[in-house]
Design a binder for this molecule. Structure first.
Ligand SMILES: Nc1ncnc2c1ncn2[C@@H]1O[C@H](COP(=O)(O)OP(=O)(O)OP(=O)(O)O)[C@@H](O)[C@H]1O
Length: 635
């Protein structure tokens, strides 16, 4: 009760101490402390701090509020008052000995938005020195508009009021804005001292940053299915994956998150700037990178980087010109409309604000070598040489690089240039929507066609591919088409209404099963069915594939007079070819293709990638006339 009485009895003195200077600073600092302690909720704070109202009125309002909230709040108020108002300013409160100590709450386990509240008093003081930089970072990341900046920078605001106003705006912007500003303040504390520089990006850089992030966002918001036949929103299907540091690390607590890929945990070489994300085939490396790109472009992660340049090693293979790093960045990722030199110079001057990602190092035609050294960013060289020099840091030292690869493609030569390595482990994760097979990994670290673990209940896998309605058999029919007996074909007709997504899933399953039937994997079946049954199934499937092919060939229209007979490979044909390839039985390939009688096979517009090419080569080598004067393959 004592604290409450003091607030009442010393009201005049408290008001005088807080307001007599005419500046709102003391009152605002008391409010900061009370917010940080959780003694005032946001609405109460706003009710006290009414802009344009007399300072004394605001202070009176606070005293009324504190008094009505009770003795605990009064104690916290008095503690805040003592901390803010210098001793001997007309009150006896400093000697009253009635108040509690203000606690510093633990901000390590909470969100960035909560941290802004809990650390408000110190953030207000830290921000005063870097308001401009913080506003720039918030604008560049797309969290603040120029109107927000104008609000903060109103000439009537003192520097501390600008800081408070900025924090208040961030509250309405959410977690990503809070992270940006916290990171910025942290950089000013540690990063700025590292470089002893003030960040002054040229105007044109902001425009370029905007163009780059919108192009990265557009590239990364859809994910192709593994079969490459359709696109789905990454946001809808993305499932968190399991990451693990390659090296034991004392400071790693709890699961690793996407952003930890760039974090300090697991660092083995402080001097290196390249992080390797390794994982088996199909474990989700490209998808993870795509997710990182999308989060960055939307301002939700990696906001410490102003620029992010995504590269695909597969695509780099087809770049046959010699390029400089500048040309590589601008021609392969995003072209600056103006001031290219100025923008590139900014990147060179602030390498730690740029991130390069290279997806699929294992797909690069050349394996990593550090023989050909290059350190001049304007010197031209083959792109592989540029890439190797970027990874080892002889070019663009200080720029962060994240590279993904299957583990077998990373040798000791590259390993010595790695800052750290993170393993991507596949998870058995249920998809967000039952009809999607995305997000389902069948085995951690297993090859695509081994059983796309013993810990998994087989029924779970089967269930994931099950259609959700009663037309189950009919949809199976879609997948195996001509392979089924007449009754099933009837059902297939009904199944034609089933969605394309389900068909794709079933096709992937069938391709997967074909792989399991290959001589290499056949032994795996022995755990679940006797070999006589297996043999029967293999015959059945090869008959089905052969029939499927014949049916396809029969549908090829006869040539018009005077023209060669030609066939356009349709997705169904390519799928059958892939199944035959997966089965790895020459006999089936030979049998299936023996009756193909066309002079011209067109492969345009049917999504032929490296996997499809390999499968086509495997099967088409058995053509009766594989290369002939009348044979043309258009790719
Ligand atoms: N996190 C995820 N959430 C949902 N689906 C995913 C996820 N990761 C992967 N997938 C699915 O698995 C497929 C294969 O993933 P991805 O291409 O990323 O693997 P990868 O490790 O890069 O394979 P590779 O080594 O063959 O290049 C994707 O097309 C996608 O359908």
């Amino acid at each position: 009760m004592f604290a409450q009485e003091l607030v009442l009895k010393q009201r005049t003195e408290i008001l005088h101490a807080l307001c007599s200077s005419g500046s709102a600073e003391l009152l605002e600092r008391v409010l900061d402390l009370m917010l940080a302690q959780g003694e005032l909720v946001w609405e109460e704070y706003q009710n006290v701090q009414v802009p344009g109202r007399a300072l004394y009125t605001n202070a009176r309002h606070l005293l009324d509020l504190v008094y009505t909230k009770g003795v605990d709040t009064c104690e916290i108020f008095l503690a805040a008052f003592k901390q803010v108002v210098p001793e001997g300013q007309g009150t006896d409160l400093h000697s009253s000995g009635c108040c509690v100590d203000l606690e510093k709450k633990d901000a390590s386990q909470i969100s960035a938005t909560q941290t802004l509240l809990i650390d408000r008093p110190s953030l207000v003081s830290n921000l005063q020195d870097c308001i401009d930089g913080a506003l720039e970072a918030l604008t560049v990341s797309g969290n603040f508009t120029s109107a927000d900046c104008d609000d903060v920078q109103l000439p009537i605001h003192t520097p501390s009021q600008q800081a408070r106003c900025l924090l208040d705006h961030i509250r309405s912007k959410g977690e990503s804005a809070a992270k940006v500003v916290l990171h910025h303040i942290q950089q000013q504390g540690s990063g700025a001292s590292r470089t002893q520089e003030k960040l002054t990006p040229p105007k044109e850089l902001f425009k370029y940053q905007k163009k780059l992030s919108s192009s990265v966002s557009a590239q990364s918001c859809f994910l192709s299915t593994y079969g490459g036949t359709s696109n789905m929103s990454l946001e809808d299907i993305y499932t968190e994956c399991q990451l693990e540091l390659a090296h034991e690390c004392a400071d790693a607590h709890g699961p690793l998150h996407l952003e930890d890929i760039i974090g300090a945990a697991g660092t083995v070489n402080e001097e290196a700037d390249t992080v390797l994300v390794s994982g088996e085939a199909g474990s989700g490396k490209s998808t993870l990178l795509q997710r990182l790109h999308l989060l960055w472009a939307r301002g939700a992660a990696l906001q410490e980087f102003l620029l992010l340049f995504p590269f695909s090693c597969r695509r780099l293979n087809s770049e046959h010109r010699e390029l400089s790093v500048q040309e590589l960045l601008f021609q392969h990722c995003c072209w600056p409309d103006k001031e290219q030199e100025e923008i590139f110079q900014f990147i060179l001057d602030h390498p730690h604000l740029t991130l390069f990602t290279f997806d699929g190092l294992d797909e690069l035609k050349q394996s990593f070598s550090d023989e050909h050294r290059l350190c001049c960013p304007t010197q031209r060289a083959p792109v592989q040489i540029l890439l190797f020099n970027l990874l080892q840091g002889s070019l663009m030292k200080g720029v962060w690089k994240v590279v993904t690869s299957r583990p077998e493609a990373v040798g000791p030569l590259l390993r010595k240039h790695l800052r750290k390595e993170v393993f991507l482990k596949a998870l058995f994760t249920a998809p967000k929507h039952p009809e999607e097979c995305h997000g389902v990994r069948l085995a951690s670290g297993a090859p695509k066609n081994s059983l796309a673990s013993s810990h998994t209940d087989r029924a779970t896998i089967v269930k994931l591919f099950e259609p959700q309605d009663t037309r189950e058999t009919s949809q199976k029919g879609q997948c195996f088409g001509a392979c089924l007996p007449a009754t099933a074909q009837q059902e297939q007709t009904q199944g034609a209404e089933a969605s394309a997504a389900k068909t794709t899933n079933l096709q992937i399953t069938a391709t997967f099963v074909s792989g399991l039937l290959s001589p290499h994997h056949r032994s795996l079946w022995l755990y679940c069915c006797p070999s006589s049954v297996m043999e029967k199934r293999i015959k059945q499937v090869s008959r089905c594939l052969s029939k499927g092919m014949q049916k396809h060939f029969k549908s090829i229209p006869q040539p018009v007079a005077g023209e060669k007979k030609s066939m356009h490979a349709m997705p169904g044909f390519v799928w059958l070819i892939k199944c035959i390839y997966e089965m790895q039985e020459n006999r089936i390939a030979k049998d299936a293709i023996s009756k193909l009688d066309v002079d011209h096979l067109k492969l345009t517009y049917c999504d032929i990638g490296p996997v499809e090419c390999t499968a086509l080569a495997y099967v088409l080598q058995h053509l009766r006339r594989p290369v002939g004067s009348s044979w043309t393959t258009t790719l």
